[in-house]
Each structure stands twice: as structure tokens, then as C-alpha cells.
Design a protein around this ligand. Structure first.
Ligand SMILES: Cc1cc2nc3c(=O)[nH]c(=O)nc-3n(C[C@H](O)[C@H](O)[C@H](O)COP(=O)(O)O)c2cc1C
Length: 170
């Protein structure tokens, strides 16, 4: 198997970048996500993958709802904010305009009006370094057509956690 070819295929696909946020036990979490897709038309469903290394993954294990924020070409600084810092040692929401979703308390980034609130259906761990969160769309807001920020637009952005890192339990 050629791992170079796989990387090349994924580079050509060049997904849109989103920020996934959530809350559990009053702890807000969120990170930049490149692995995500629609997974059903009716009912409307969406999947995204969270790295087992991330603070957002650990909060997400306890969470029922998530917000998926679609970034636009102007959102590079926000992408950097959510990709290069970790909720393990920083409050990523402290210096942002954030509102809690009225029903579920999920953090909504006010600078990202193209977004959905989703309810978790399942979390699938198939042995990879990410888990798949399958979800039902419960609310969606859109300003109309926009140019997404794509993974290739991020350049060489170093994530706060390597995908092989795992939390150490005290
Ligand atoms: C281009 C790029 C794509 C990424 N895609 C994902 C992803 O699909 N899922 C994920 O959990 N983390 C992804 N990350 C990593 C997280 O965004 C990053 O490690 C973040 O700082 C984790 O924050 P947290 O520890 O507060 O959750 C990606 C990072 C980059 C730079």
C-alpha cells in the first residue's frame, strides 16, 4: 500500500475546514476539524471525526450536542486559533464573541454565521486515531453561498496535539 498515494489523494480532495464546538459538565471545547461530511439526506445527518489526542474528544465523549461552524476564506486567524491551541491548557473561548445555544448550551461562534447544531447519535471507534461522531442536524443557519476556507489554505499549521498523543490519567 502506498501511503504517499493516499496522502496525495486526500490533498487533492482538499476538504473545507470547520470548527466543531461542544460543552459537557460546563466545560466548553472546540477544535479545527478537516474530517467531516454529510451522511444522510432524509433525515439530515452529519459525521465528523475527533482525534483521540484532543481535549475536544474527551469533552465530546460526555456531550450530547455539537456545533459545526463552516469557515470562510476570511477565517484563517480563527482556524489558527482553534487548531494550534488546546483546551487542555487554554480557554479558547475567552477572547471570542461566543453565545450559548439556548436549548443545549453549545458554544456558538458569533463570527461564524454558517453553522449547524447537531445531536450525537453514536461515537464509533474503529481502532484508528480518530473516532467518528455520527449526528442528526437539529438546527442550521446559512448566510447563503460562501467560499470555504480549505485545508490547503492553512499551509503548514502545527496542531496543538499530534494524532498519536493520548491523555495521561493521574
Ligand atoms: C489541517 C488540520 C486538520 C485537522 N483536522 C482535525 C480533525 O479532523 N479532527 C480533530 O479532532 N482534530 C483535527 N485537527 C487538530 C486539532 O484541531 C488541534 O490539535 C487542536 O488544537 C485540538 O484542540 P483541543 O485539544 O482543544 O481539542 C486538525 C488540525 C489541522 C492543522
Amino acid at each position: 500500500m502506498s501511503s504517499k498515494a493516499f496522502t496525495s489523494l486526500m490533498g487533492s480532495v482538499n476538504s473545507a475546514a470547520v470548527v466543531v464546538t461542544t460543552v459537557a459538565d460546563d466545560i466548553q471545547a472546540g477544535c479545527l476539524v478537516g474530517y467531516h461530511t454529510q451522511s444522510s439526506i432524509a433525515p439530515q445527518q452529519y459525521c465528523f471525526w475527533l482525534s483521540k489526542a484532543n481535549h475536544t474528544y474527551r469533552a465530546g465523549l460526555l456531550a450530547t450536542h455539537f456545533a459545526v461552524h463552516f469557515l470562510t476564506a476570511e477565517d484563517l486567524p480563527l482556524a489558527q486559533h482553534f487548531a494550534t491551541r488546546s483546551g487542555d491548557d487554554t480557554d479558547k473561548f475567552a477572547d471570542l464573541d461566543v453565545a450559548a445555544d439556548a436549548e443545549h448550551g453549545v458554544p456558538l461562534l458569533q463570527d461564524c454565521p454558517n453553522r449547524m447544531v447537531v445531536e450525537r447519535l453514536s461515537i464509533v471507534d474503529d481502532g484508528g486515531d480518530h473516532v467518528c461522531v455520527t449526528a442528526r442536524v437539529v438546527d442550521a443557519e446559512s448566510t447563503g453561498k460562501f467560499t470555504p476556507l480549505r485545508i490547503a489554505d492553512l499551509g503548514k499549521m502545527a496542531p496543538a496535539h499530534g494524532s498519536d498523543e493520548r491523555a495521561v490519567h493521574p
